[in-house]
Write a protein that binds this ligand. Structure first.
Ligand SMILES: NC(=O)c1ccc[n+]([C@@H]2O[C@H](COP(=O)([O-])OP(=O)(O)OC[C@H]3O[C@@H](n4cnc5c(N)ncnc54)[C@H](OP(=O)(O)O)[C@@H]3O)[C@@H](O)[C@H]2O)c1
Length: 320
């Protein structure tokens, strides 16, 4: 099969389009013919500095397509079904093997491209807001990196749950695209100080919950944006900065800094069922999957470079 691979970490130019051996189906797994790869923020970070657990390495968490092989011990999936899949690596390829547990059935008639985006972005946003963030109707949420894959999902899910949603992004143009998703107020962090803006918008109360996929100095701003009993769901390192923060403001306000990692939950029934629910809701038109642009799989280097140029709002796909 063809795949986008690399032999060493680095900028997007390390990606090459090559022939690699077809993946082998595990007795408890499936193999899919990939129809769409959703490039995750974690994929660009892994390419840049993650471990090469295979060599050459096929990066990538998320891909969707048609099942072409089912392992001998798999009872609930069959050849010909369309599924969205998630795994630690291997999405940037024409074929992909995953544990059956890491596949979700795409309802008949729903777009495989849209479904490819849902498990990690929406599953993570949902966990940040509800399972770990304990969001309630009437609360105010700050979504850092609102234009990211996780951010575009979090804005919608928070709004739907009855929250007021503040989101940040690096330009007014990017913020404008978040309004139809349910963002109430946008903060351009290049032109405005986020903490001051949050305090102005909330009449100095601060927010109840922050979803922070950026980390570093942004995470410090998230902590300082919290109101009494406020929570931060710290979920990523998109800012590529050291995670050194001052937590001294947490205790006095009964505030919480909570790490969230979907990967540790995704193998369990709760997260699996939750992701299937989110896919079904998107299929019914109740959630909007934001796709910015598509590239050919052979253009993976250009696609990664485009994402890192900070132009994408929502997801960029690779099509084999
Ligand atoms: N813990 C988990 O379970 C989990 C699950 C999913 C994702 N994640 C993590 O969450 C983060 C976001 O993932 P994603 O898929 O939503 O990412 P994405 O769609 O690629 O978006 C990342 C966003 O981060 C912002 N950003 C801020 N500083 C940046 C920098 N120095 N370089 C590049 N972008 C920067 C950019 O928006 P602006 O230009 O508007 O700032 C960009 O749109 C990643 O670190 C990812 O690994 C964690």
């Amino acid at each position: 099969m063809k795949a986008a691979v690399y032999y060493e970490n680095g900028d997007p130019s390390v990606l090459r389009y090559e022939d690699v051996p077809d993946p082998v189906c595990h007795p408890k797994g499936i193999v899919i013919r990939v129809e769409a790869v959703s490039i995750e923020g974690g994929d660009t970070l892994n390419r840049s500095r993650g471990a090469l657990v295979t060599r050459p390495h096929v990066v990538g968490y998320q891909a969707a397509g048609e099942i072409i092989e089912v392992g001998s011990e798999v009872r609930d999936l069959r050849v010909g079904q369309k599924v969205a899949t998630s795994n630690a690596y291997g999405s940037h390829a024409e074929l992909r093997a995953v544990p059956a547990r890491s596949a979700w059935v795409i309802p008949d008639g729903f777009s495989v491209k849209l479904a490819s985006v849902i498990p990690v972005a929406f599953g993570t946003a949902d966990d940040c807001l509800f399972e770990f963030g304990r969001l309630k109707a009437g609360e105010t949420v700050l979504v850092q990196a609102g234009a990211s894959g996780v951010g575009t999902a979090a804005i919608q899910l928070a709004k739907r749950a009855g929250a007021k949603v503040i989101a940040t992004a690096s330009s007014d143009e990017r913020l404008e695209k978040l309004k139809p998703l349910g963002m109430d107020v946008g903060v351009n962090y290049r032109t405005h100080d986020v903490v001051s803006e949050v305090m102005r918008i909330t009449d100095k109360k601060g927010v109840d919950l922050v979803v922070d996929p950026v980390g570093g100095s942004t995470l410090q701003g998230s902590i300082l944006s919290l109101g009494y009993r406020g929570r931060v769901s710290m979920v990523g390192a998109a800012g590529r900065e050291p995670m050194t923060v001052d937590v001294s403001s947490l205790m006095g306000g009964n505030r919480t800094l909570q790490g969230v990692f979907l990967g540790a939950e995704i193998g369990g029934d709760r997260a699996h069922d939750n992701i299937q629910r989110l896919i079904n809701e998107a299929a019914r038109g109740e959630l909007k999957v934001v796709i910015d642009r598509e590239f050919r799989l052979s253009e993976a280097a250009a696609a990664h470079a485009y994402i890192e140029s900070r132009q994408a709002v929502g997801r960029v796909l690779l099509i084999p």
